[in-house]
Design a protein around this ligand. Structure first.
Ligand code: SF4
Ligand code: SF4
Length: 379
C-alpha cells in the first residue's frame, strides 16, 4: 500500500477550486490507465450517513464527488455511487437520502448511476485479525475499483470518522447493528473496522475536509472550517493526516491505535506528506471517549455492574424540545434498549453505549451525558 498523503488547501466548495486541487493531486500521483481501465466498474463510496443537505456538513459534499466523476470521464469507466446509510437498506430510503444530500443530479450524467441494489453476500476474510467473514453489499463487493470518499468529522463512539470508519457503510443496513451488538467494546469494534478496511482495500481515498465537523459528530456536531482536500491510496495513512487536521493525536483514535498496534498502519511520522503544509484546525472540540465507557469490569456481580453503568458511564439523553418522536433511535438501537413511551426512554442496563441513537437522529435530539464522577474517574 502506498503511504503517501497528497494535501491541497481548499477552503470553499467552489467548482473550479476543487477541480484545480484534484487535478494537481491526480497529476502528482500519476494516475493513469494502468490504474483505471475502460469499462471498469468504479464504485464511489461517500459518507451518506443520513439525509442532510450538503451545507449541514454531515455527508460528503456532492461538488467534490462531481469533480471526481468529471476526472474519471476520460477513462470511459462505469461509475456507481452508493453507500449503505444508517437504518434499513431499502430503495425508498436510498432515494430519499440521495435527494436530501443533493445527489440526484448525478443520475443525469452518462455512465454514472446511483446504487439501488440492496443485495449483499457473505465474504470470507481468513486474514482478519478479529473477523473472518463480513456481510458486504454486492455493489461494493463486485466493484473493479473502490474510491472511498469520507467526510472529516468527529465521532462520539470512535472519536473520529474518516477513511477507515467510512467503509462501515459497505455493511448493509441493519447488519451494522449486529456488529455493534457483537462488539460493544471500543477496541474490538475498532479492530473490526481495521479488518474491514484491510478486506476492501479501497484503491483511492479522497477526503472532503473542506468543511468538516467537530463536537458531537458524526451528525450533531459543530461545523468546522478545515480547508483541505486529502488523497491517499492508503485509508490508514489518510486517517493519520485527517486526525492531525482535527488536532487529535492519531494514536488516541481507536482505529488508528489498533492499525498501528497490529502493524497494518505506519505511524504519523513515518508516512509521506506531499503538497501543501498540513496545519491543524484550532480550538477543535473532540468527544472524550474512553475504554471504560464500553468495557465491563470483569468478575463483578451483575447488580454492581448495573450500578456502575448507571452512575459512571456516559448515557444518551433525549431532548423533548427537539424530539419529533419519529422512532428512528428505537429502530436503530442494537440492544433494544429504547422504548418509545411517547418520548424515547433508555434502559441503561441494556444500553451498550454505541451512540447509534445520537448518530442517526436527524433532529439533534440526542445528547450524550457524561456523569461528573465518571469524568473524574475515567479521564
Ligand atoms: S430522539 Fe431523535 S430519533 Fe429518537 S424519536 Fe426523537 S427525533 Fe426521532
Ligand atoms: S440507547 Fe443508544 S447508546 Fe444505548 S445501545 Fe441503544 S443506540 Fe446505543
Amino acid at each position: 500500500m502506498n503511504n503517501t498523503v497528497y494535501i491541497k488547501k481548499c477552503n470553499i466548495y467552489n467548482e473550479s477550486l476543487i477541480k484545480t486541487s484534484l487535478d494537481e493531486i491526480f497529476s502528482e500521483m500519476s494516475i493513469s490507465s494502468d490504474f483505471i481501465s475502460k469499462g471498469d466498474k468504479v464504485v464511489i463510496k461517500p459518507n451518506l450517513l443520513i439525509g442532510k443537505k450538503p451545507e449541514q456538513v454531515v455527508t460528503t459534499h456532492p461538488l467534490v464527488i462531481k469533480k471526481v466523476i468529471d476526472y474519471l470521464k476520460k477513462y470511459e469507466c462505469k461509475v456507481i455511487i452508493g453507500d449503505s446509510p444508517g437504518g434499513p437498506f431499502t430503495k425508498k430510503r436510498l432515494k430519499s437520502i440521495y435527494k436530501k444530500c443533493g445527489f440526484l443530479e448525478f443520475e443525469k450524467i452518462d455512465n454514472v448511476e446511483l446504487n439501488y441494489d440492496t443485495s449483499f453476500s457473505k465474504v470470507s476474510f481468513q486474514d482478519g485479525l478479529l473477523i473472518k467473514s463480513f456481510q458486504i453489499a454486492n455493489f461494493i463487493k463486485d466493484a473493479d475499483l473502490i474510491i472511498n470518499m469520507p467526510k472529516l468529522k468527529t465521532h462520539s463512539f470512535m472519536k473520529y470518522t474518516g477513511a477507515v470508519k467510512n467503509l462501515f457503510g459497505a455493511i448493509p443496513g441493519m447488519k451494522k447493528a449486529e456488529y455493534h451488538l457483537r462488539l460493544p467494546e471500543v477496541d474490538n469494534f475498532a479492530l473490526m473496522l481495521v479488518d474491514l478496511a484491510s478486506l476492501l482495500k479501497p484503491n483511492l481515498n479522497i477526503m472532503d475536509a473542506v468543511i468538516g465537523m467537530d463536537g458531537d459528530g458524526p451528525s450533531s456536531g459543530r461545523k468546522k472550517e478545515i480547508g483541505y482536500i486529502l488523497v491517499s491510496k492508503s485509508p490508514f495513512s489518510l486517517d493519520l493526516a485527517g486526525a492531525t487536521l482535527l488536532n487529535i493525536k492519531p494514536e488516541k483514535i481507536p482505529t488508528i491505535y489498533q492499525a498501528i498496534k497490529n502493524n497494518i498502519s505506519l505511524r504519523y511520522d513515518e508516512i509521506n506528506l506531499k503538497g501543501d503544509e498540513l496545519k491543524p484546525a484550532l480550538n477543535t472540540k473532540i468527544p472524550k471517549i474512553s475504554r471504560s465507557d464500553t468495557t465491563s469490569i470483569k468478575g463483578l456481580p451483575v447488580f454492581i455492574t448495573n450500578i456502575i453503568n448507571k452512575l459512571l458511564k456516559p448515557r444518551p439523553i433525549f431532548k423533548q424540545d427537539t424530539c419529533v418522536k419519529c422512532g428512528e433511535c428505537k429502530l436503530n438501537c442494537p440492544s433494544d434498549a429504547i422504548t418509545l413511551d411517547e418520548y424515547p426512554k433508555v434502559d441503561l442496563d441494556k444500553c451498550i453505549r454505541c451512540y447509534c441513537c445520537q448518530e442517526l437522529c436527524s433532529y439533534n435530539a440526542v445528547k450524550i451525558h457524561r456523569p461528573l464522577l465518571g469524568k473524574l474517574l475515567f479521564k
